[in-house]
Design a binder for this molecule. Structure first.
Ligand code: NAP
Length: 245
């Protein structure tokens, strides 16, 4: 039996998720690293986890597929003895005029960004309630707080994640489970690959700190929320956006 507490991170093949997985491994957690399709991203993370001697297991799973997520949590219960920290980080973005968004795009973004969080929380909570401890950390976005032009569905799903966080935090508080959100600002990952270098530097000039954030800086906030130092912090949204909002 693995003695370390397990942190399950969705979207661990991506820019922010891989840094969260590495940081939590360094903090002493065993890592259940979930990804959807990016084999090279998850292999890069695996190599880095190996280099620091982390205990880990990789899971290929679409967060919108409830049955597959149930299987992942069942396996994590056998392999790790349960998930103590859940980081709902998987997400997809879209930039489009509101009137051009199709029904299929609406359904897909909602299924990944919102239902995916619901699915993982629902599979994680019974174990945490039995243990009377646990941490759920949802990665929202500053756009979920203030809304972004041409990102209506993305912004709405990220606002929904904040609503779910605040409600679930209150429901689970008597069970000593903390549920919080991180709302990153502009972070330099492949999610922003659609922006040209010119667009990026124009956007950076609007940020009071004058630059994009790094995935490591988001991982640092998650590390705090996963730690015992945040035991009295729940139902909160911590915005990390260089002062933009
Ligand atoms: P990223 O590098 O594109 O990573 C996105 C991750 O989500 C990937 O690991 C991807 O997995 C995973 N994913 C996508 N669809 C999935 C699905 N159906 N099932 C399971 N996993 C899925 O983007 P990122 O910047 O690290 O974003 C991470 C989180 O931060 C997202 O929730 C995003 O909305 C949020 N965020 C990002 C920024 C930013 O500026 N970058 C700002 C605010 C909030 P595969 O690649 O393996 O398919």
């Amino acid at each position: 039996m693995i003695m370390k507490k397990c942190a399950l991170i969705t979207g661990a093949s991506g820019g922010i998720g891989s840094e969260i997985a590495l940081r939590l491994a360094k903090d002493g957690f065993a890592i259940a690293a979930c990804y959807c399709s990016d084999e090279s991203g998850i292999r890069k993370l695996e190599k880095e986890l190996c280099e620091i001697g982390a205990v880990y297991k990789l899971y290929k799973a679409d967060v919108s597929d409830y049955n597959r997520i149930k299987e992942v949590f069942a396996d994590a219960a056998d392999f790790f003895g349960g998930v103590s920290v859940l980081v709902n980080n998987a997400g997809i973005a879209q930039q489009k005029l509101f009137t051009d968004i199709t029904q299929e795009e609406f359904d897909r973004i909602t299924a990944v960004n919102f239902k995916g969080v619901f699915n993982c929380c629902q599979c994680a909570v019974p174990f945490m309630v039995n243990r009377k401890s646990g941490k759920i950390i949802n990665i929202s976005s500053m756009w979920g707080v203030c809304g972004a032009s041409c990102e209506t569905v993305y912004s709405a799903t990220k606002a929904a994640v904040i609503g779910l966080t605040k409600a679930l935090a209150r429901e689970l508080a008597p069970s000593n489970i903390q549920v919080n959100c991180v709302a990153p600002g502009a972070i330099d990952t492949k999610m922003n690959n659609n922006l040209s270098d010119e667009d990026k530097s124009a956007f950076a000039q609007e940020i009071p700190m004058g630059r994009f954030g790094t995935a490591q800086e988001i991982a640092g906030v998650v590390s705090f929320l996963a730690s015992r130092d945040s035991d009295y912090v729940t139902a909160q949204v911590i915005t990390a956006d260089g002062g933009l909002t």
